[in-house]
Design a protein around this ligand. Sequence first.
Ligand SMILES: [Zn+2]
Length: 1018
Amino acid sequence: PHWAGPWAVSLASGSGGGGGPSARMWRVLRASLLRVRAARDWARGAATGQPPKEERDPAPAPYRDTVLLPRTRFPAQLPGRLQPQAELETQQKCGFSELYSWQRQRKTKKEFCLHDGPPYANGDPHVGHALNKILKDITNRFHMMRGYKVHYVPGWDCHGLPVEMKALSELQAQDLSAMEIRQKARKFAERAIEKQKSAFIRWGIMADWTNCYYTFDGKYEAKQLSVFQKMYEKGYIYQDYKPVFWSPSANTALAEAELEYNEQHISRSVYIKFPLLKSPPKLASVMDGLSKISLLVWTTQPWTVPANQAVCYMPNSEYSVVKCTNTSECYILAADRVESLAAILDMQFEVISTFKGIDLESGSCAHPTIPGKDSPLLPADHVTMAKGTGLVHTAPAHGMEDYSVAAHHQLPMDCLVDEGGFFTEAAGSELQNKAVLEEGNEAVIQMLQAAKSLLKEERYVHSYPYDWRTKKPVIIRASKQWFVNTANIKATTQEVLKKVKFVPASGQKRMLEMLDRRTFWCISRQRCWGVPIPVFYHKTTGESLINSQTIGNIIRIVEQQGSDAWWTLPVEQLLPREAVAKVGNHDALDYVKGQDVLDIWFDSGTSWARVLEDSDQQADLYLEGKDQLGGWFQSSVLTSVATRKKAPYKTLMIHGFTLGEKGEKMSKSIGNVVDPDVVINGGQDHSKEPPYGADVLRWWVAESNVFNEVLIGPAVLNAARNDINKLRNTLRFLLGNVAGFSPETDSVPASEMYVIDQYMLHLLQDYSNKVTEAYKEYDYSRVIRLLQAFHTRDLSNFYFSIIKDRLYCEEEKGLKRRSCQTVLAEVLDAVVRSVAPVLPHLAEEVFQHFPYKTELESVFRTGWINTSSVWKKPGLEEAVEGACAIRDSFLGSISGKNALEHEVVVVIEPGLFFELMEALQPEESSSISQLNEIMMASKTTLLTKLPKELASEEKIIEGNFLINLEGGDIREESSYKVIVQPAAGAKCPRCRRYTSDSALTVCPRCMEVIAQNGKNIM
Ligand SMILES: [Zn+2]
C-alpha cells in the first residue's frame, strides 16, 4: 500500500523532559481514539469486509493517533473464494437485472441501438461467447452512461442441422415423423438457451432477459416469411436446377457460410487421356501426320469423370502438341506446362507444334470410359495455367464453372450422384450405389486404368470444403433448389456497404471481396427443423405453386401458431382455395406441401425485421466475429437491401477468435479449453484454477487486442486479476482519503488550490477526454492502457507520494488538506466511471463505499464523467514540470535513500524559471512550501546564487529545463543547480520529517496542527 508510512513505528512515551505533549494535547489524542481505531483496522486490511474485532491497544502511540490515516471498509482484495459471491451480491444490491428497463424509461431522444447477433442454441457457453457478449456490454454500458437510451435485445439462432442432429441422436429411432423431430429439437434448443442465458446474466450483460428474440418464435418466423415474401415479389427468389455445395453426410445442400476449409485434405488426383476424336479445323495440317493424339487432363476428383460433358481450354493461352519419345503417343497440353509435366509423368516430350488455345475450336474428344460418347472442346476463362495441364474436364453437375459453360453451350447437366453421395443407376452398374468419395472414386480410377486412359495417380494435398457441422468433406452436386439471386442485389449492396463504417477499417475490403465472389445464395435445405419454404407442388405435374397470396396466408398462420402448423395442418387449410382457383380451378388436395426449410442464415439474416422497432430503422452497431463477414453480416445486408434498399447497420465492429495463450487452437485433446464458468467460480482444484469472478473475464476482453486473435489461459487470467487488484489499491487509497470530506461543502475552488493539485486536475481532465474518445472508437484496449498509465504513473507513483504528508499530517479541515481532497474526490469519481463499463461489479462496489451519501444505488444511474474544462493558471504545467525536473535531479543523486533525510538547495539565476519556482516557494527556505512538497525533502532553499560558504566535498548537480509557454511563443532554456545536504533538524516523531529541534518533540508544523485539531474537537 502507498501509505505504509513512518508513523507505523511507536514512540517512547515522552512525558518527561522538555517539550513533551501537554496535558491538553493528551485529551485531544484520547478524543480521537475512536477514529484512530477504525483507521488502524483499515490499515491492517479488512480483507473480509466484516467489521474488525475490537482489540486491546498494546501501548499508547500518541503521535500516530493524531495522524489522519485513510479510513474505508473497502477491502484491498477479496480472498478468491469470496470474489464470485461478492459479485452476485453486488448484482442483487445494485439492481443489475432492472438496469436495462430503467434506462429505457428515461426521457431522452438519443438512442443507441446495438443489434445482437444470435448465438447458436447449441452447446454450453464458451469463451467465444464471453468475448462477444462482453464487448457488446462494454459498448452498451458506455453509451447508457453517456445518456443514450440503449436498445439491445439479445437473441438466439434456434433452427438448423446441428440441433436436429442432436435431437435425432437422443431419439435413436427410425422413421420419426417431422413433428417428432421438431419437438425434440425445440426442447434441445430451449435447454441450450437457458444455460447460455444464465451465463450471460452472470457475466453482467445488461439486457431485459425476459424479452429476447428467438428464431423459432412464431412472431419471428412470420416476420422472416414477410421478408421472403417481399423478396419473392421483387423477383429475387427462384427455383433452379444447379450445382450446389452438398453434404453427403447430412443429406442436404449447404451455403458457402456453412463450409469449413480443410487445408490438409488429401485427394486422389489423376492425369488422364481424352483421345482426340475430331481435329480442330485450324490444326488439321499439324494433326494429320500424327497418330494417337490425346488431350491431357488432370483432376483431383476422378469420380466426376463419368459426368464429363466437355473439355475446356483458355483461348488466349499457348498450347503444344508433344510426342512422347518412348511410346510415340502425342498429347495436347499447355505450352508452359510441358517441362513440368514431363517430369511428373516421367516421360520425354518432343514438341511438335505450338499454337493458341483458340485454335482448338470445334474439335472434340472421346470420353475415356464411356464408349461412343464424345465431348466438345470449348473455350472458358476459368481454366488455370498454374497447375494441371491447361485443359479441364467439365462435369456440369459437379462444378459451378462447369455449369456456366454447360448453360452457355446447352450441354446436358445430368447428375449421376444421389443425395447420400452415391452413384445412381444412371452411372452404370459398375458404379451404382458406390459412395463417390470412397469406393466410387476407386471404381472410376480402375475403369480409367482398364481403358488405358490413366497416366498417373498421386495424392494431392489441398484446401477442400467440409461441412462445418458434420466435419466431413462435401461435394458439388446439381439439384433442384431455391435461390436468392444475389447478382441482382450485389451492386446496390456494394454501394450501401461503402457507406458503412467498419471497425477495423480493413473489414470493408474483405467483406466487399467476399460479396463479390458470391454468385447466388442457395436458401433451401432438405431438413425439417426450420422455417418451411412456403411452396406447394402439384401431385402429378410437380409444378410449383407459390405467389404473394399463398405466402401471405402462411404468414398469418405462422404468426399465430408457429411454423409447426406447416407440418400439422392439412394442405387445404394452408393453401387458400382462391389461390388454387387462380391457377386453373384445381382442388387444393391436388397439391402437396414442399419439404424444404430455409437456410438458417436466412433465419438470422432477417432478424433486423423482427428486432428493429421501426421498419425503416438501422442499428447503430452490429458487433460479431470475423467469420460473420461472409455469414450474418452478409445475409443481413442482402435481405435488407433486397427489401428496403439500405443496410441494417451503420457500423460494423469485427473481432477475432479466441485461442489458447500461446496462440494455439483450443481443443479438449490439448486440454487448453478455457471454460468461462471455471474462470468465474474456480475449478476443482482452486490452487490451479482459482475463482476469479466475472470482472476478470471482462478485464481480459477489454485489455485484449480484439481485432486480432484473442489469447486466453492461466497466465493471462492471473495477470488480469493482478491488474485489477492494483486498481483496487488505488481506489482504496482514494476512498480512504476522502473519508470525512463532503464534495458539496468542503470543495476548494481550483484557483485557490495548491499548484500541484491544479496540475493533477489537468491530468485528470486529459485522461477523461482521452478515455472517452477511446470508448467512442470502440478501442477498449486503449481504455485499459490509458487507465493503467493514469492510475499507476500519474496517481500512485507521482501524485499520491507527494500529497501523503499533507493528507495525513496537516490540519484535518484546513485548506491545504481540503485542496488535495477536492482533487481526490474528482479523481475517484472519474476513475470509477471510466472503468464502470468494463468492470461493473468493481465500480458498483466502490460506489457503495463512497463516504458521501448518494441517493442512487447504482453508479450506472448517475451518468458519465463530467469533463467540463477546469480553470487553468498560466505557467501551471511549467511550474510543476520544472519542479519535477529538479526533484528528479535530487532523487537521482541519493539513489533510493529516504528523501526526507535530506535538504535541498536549488540555485537558479534570476529569470522566468526562477519566478515560477518562487511562486511555489516565496520564502528562501521552507519545509512546508509547495516546492518542498514536490521535492519530498525535509527542507528546500531557493537561491539565485551559489552560497559562499559551500563545503568543498559537497556535490553540485546541474540540470536544464526548457520552458515552453504560450504554445511555443516563449521558449527559454534555463539551467539550475542542486546541492543535496543531510537534513540538519531532528526527526519529528509525528511526521517523521527532519524538521524538529529534538527527536523528542514534534516539529513546529505538527505542533500547530495538533493544537488546531484540539480546538476543532473541543
Ligand atoms: Zn512534524
